[in-house]
Design a binder for this molecule. Structure first.
Ligand SMILES: Nc1ncnc2c1ncn2[C@@H]1O[C@H](COP(=O)(O)OP(=O)(O)OP(=O)(O)O)[C@@H](O)[C@H]1O
Length: 270
């Protein structure tokens, strides 16, 4: 039987009277890459933040891979790394120092980074192609360069579980492919990756997929399963078609029907 990396029991998140996440229960397998997909506002980021313990919620999130003696926030930060959307870092911090931030859970209070920390930062920066400009201040970087520096910070943690919210934001296709290779390597080492993705064709390359809408999980299954493809097409109102090309599943955008197109045009030109 597959090990569980994260188990959510009836997790709900509210903002005032608005229920953003509505009693989500799910098991995420260890040593697997799971992608979370769904339309805008489905609750994907909120679910990921709840799994990471970054948002107050009802219900429970368990990390069965965390040893029983590992009870502190620092233990948890070593076990579970996080890459959020539009994360901030002081603009004058160098790319190298940003990567080293990922080592904070491994360092004693106020202790300088040691050889293992420098080695982890270098490995992470090389994996994201950011090593050559490690001395540059993060505030001077383009959107994609910045994302690669932040990704390096998450990788430098060397955590068993990585949660990433839109990790491909601003990345060009070669660096998207590098990210895919990195995820495959992590999973090959037995690590668990959970990513919220809008790039559905890339999300379909994961091992498993969680399909969300309206703050709920509508479907969870293998990316190769026909039931998962149907759930994807349904949740996007059949505006995507899942097809196989060259041995790979792709989600192709479909144009609106003539009726919808006509209405949209009339609204747009009114
Ligand atoms: N602090 C908040 N207060 C009120 N509503 C919120 C708050 N945070 C999120 N929401 C709402 O909760 C819903 C889910 O938000 P969330 O960011 O989790 O969606 P998402 O699926 O990640 O969306 P997207 O694909 O657009 O990034 C949205 O309708 C959002 O407007």
């Amino acid at each position: 039987m597959k090990k569980i990396a994260i188990r959510a029991h009836s997790v709900s998140v509210s903002a005032g009277k608005h229920l953003i996440l509505d009693g989500v229960s799910l098991d995420l397998h260890a040593g697997c890459w799971t992608s979370i997909v769904g339309p805008n506002g489905a609750g994907k980021s909120t679910l990921l933040r709840a799994l990471a313990g970054l948002v107050p919620h009802a219900g429970r999130v368990d990390l069965p891979g965390l040893p029983a003696h590992a009870t502190t926030a620092r233990d948890r930060a070593r076990h579970l790394a996080w890459l959020g959307q539009s994360e901030g870092s002081p603009d004058d911090l160098s790319v190298y120092d940003v990567a080293l931030l990922g080592r904070l859970p491994h360092r004693a209070w106020l202790a300088p980074p040691g050889p293992a920390d420098h080695a982890a930062a270098e490995q992470a920066l090389r994996a994201t192609g950011a090593w050559d400009w490690r001395a540059r201040p993060i505030g001077q970087l383009s959107g994609g360069e910045r994302q690669r520096a932040l990704l390096a910070r998450a990788l430098a943690v060397q955590a068993d579980v990585l949660l990433m919210d839109e990790p491909l934001a601003n990345l060009d296709p070669p660096h998207q492919a590098d990210w895919l290779a990195t995820v495959r390597a992590l999973v090959g080492q037995g690590r668990t990756v959970v990513s919220v993705l809008h790039e559905i064709s890339i999300a379909l390359q994961a091992d498993a997929m969680v399909v969300m809408a309206g703050g709920r999980v509508l479907h969870q299954g293998a990316c190769a399963d026909a039931a998962t493809h149907r759930a994807l097409e349904n949740v996007f109102d059949h505006r995507v078609a899942v097809r196989q090309f060259d041995g790979q599943w792709l989600a192709l955008p479909k144009p609106p029907s003539n009726d919808v197109r006509k209405t949209a045009y009339q609204v747009g030109t009114a």
